[in-house]
Design a protein around this ligand. Structure first.
Ligand SMILES: Nc1ncnc2c1ncn2[C@@H]1O[C@H](COP(=O)(O)OP(=O)(O)OP(=O)(O)O)[C@@H](O)[C@H]1O
Length: 327
């Protein structure tokens, strides 16, 4: 059974327009006018059980709106959705047991209470028997390395600990489908890594299906083989991350340290000049010309150091969004 299915999913928001000044305010009350924002346009995809899929797009591309439609928080203007066999808009109890939605910038834990108290409330809401509650609590606390943190008021936790506690609360009912909107937002590198590791382990242990948005490409590369790219409300790519990178980054980055500074014009004869600072230069070279170009660089210039790397994924994805190409 397909776990998450979106067919021609569309959302058009009607936004009231208000002119400035007193006249505008009066008009706004008397004859309100609206303009339409097509946040999501005919988006279709199918995600199978156990898949971890990255959902990427620039700000305002329509990611959160799509997640809200998949979780039944926003009613679509068109199209069809099915998650774990349910129609999300009915908000049936069975559906709510199957999913969770974690938003990095919103919290569900009660600020002044210890996490444990919020967890007990969640256990009651989801009708989790005491024995199962204790067992899941122990397992998740260990997986998240939260130790004795659960008895402290939430406001005393660090940002990373709070995010882990949020995940614990969101997963207590052991949902098979996870919608995660920026779960590592604002966390330091170590906290990002431990959230990532936890999600990887959670997916492995419970074969959970995960749809994840993140502005940190390290989250995506660590967790997702497959990505969905959305641009101005339209799905422009659905497939393997590796394939996307090879297609949109047919070049490699050659970083050189020169014995003496060189002009940009001279370096441009080797490839596209990405940066030049004093004696350091970053040159983008087509993959098929790499060996030839490196040989030329070493023969023609006095090189102190040379490294070859793949371009940063952020840069490649940025190029895809800049072109807005439908793949
Ligand atoms: N409730 C709303 N009413 C009107 N317009 C909205 C509403 N929510 C979102 N939008 C608009 O819909 C478009 C898509 O927004 P959405 O939040 O889905 O994008 P996003 O990809 O999640 O962006 P970000 O990465 O910045 O969170 C934007 O133009 C946004 O301004």
């Amino acid at each position: 059974m397909t776990m998450i299915l979106a067919e021609a999913l569309t959302k058009v928001y009607a936004v009231a327009i208000k002119e400035p000044g007193l006249k505008g305010t009066l008009n706004h009350f008397l004859h309100r006018t609206y303009r339409s924002i097509e946040a999501v346009r005919a988006v279709s995809f199918a995600i199978q059980p156990g898949e971890v899929v990255g959902f990427l797009g620039p700000n305002g591309a329509g990611k959160t709106t799509t997640l809200k439609m998949l979780t039944g928080l926003v009613y679509p203007s068109g199209g069809h959705v099915r998650v774990a066999g349910y129609n999300p808009f009915r908000r049936e109890a069975g559906f709510l047991q199957k999913i969770t939605l974690v938003m990095g910038q919103k919290q569900q834990l009660i600020w002044d209470l210890p996490t444990l108290d919020s967890l007990k409330i969640n256990a009651a809401v989801y009708d989790i028997p005491e024995r199962i509650f204790q067992q899941r609590l122990g397992e998740l606390t260990e997986m998240l390395s939260l130790g004795d943190k659960l008895t402290q008021p939430v406001r005393k936790l660090s940002l990373g600990e709070r995010m882990k506690a949020e995940l614990l609360a969101a997963l207590l009912h052991q949902p098979p489908v996870l919608f995660l909107d920026e779960p590592t937002l604002g966390l330091d590198i170590n906290a990002q890594i431990s959230v990532r590791e936890f999600l990887k382990e959670y997916n492995r242990r419970y074969q959970a299906t995960i749809l994840l948005t993140s502005h940190y490409m390290a989250d995506i590369t660590a967790l997702c083989d497959r990505v969905l790219l959305i641009h101005e409300g339209q799905l422009i790519y659905d497939g393997n991350l590796e394939r996307l990178l090879t297609r949109f980054a047919p070049y490699r980055e050659v970083k050189v340290e020169l014995a003496t500074a060189c002009s940009a014009e001279q370096l441009l004869t080797y490839g596209e000049l990405a940066a030049l600072e004093g004696c350091w230069a970053r040159i983008l070279v087509q993959r098929e010309a790499l060996t030839r170009t490196v040989a030329r660089l070493l023969a023609e210039l006095e090189i102190l150091d040379l490294t070859i790397t793949d371009p940063p994924i952020e840069e490649v994805i940025g190029r895809v969004f800049d072109t807005g190409l439908v793949v």
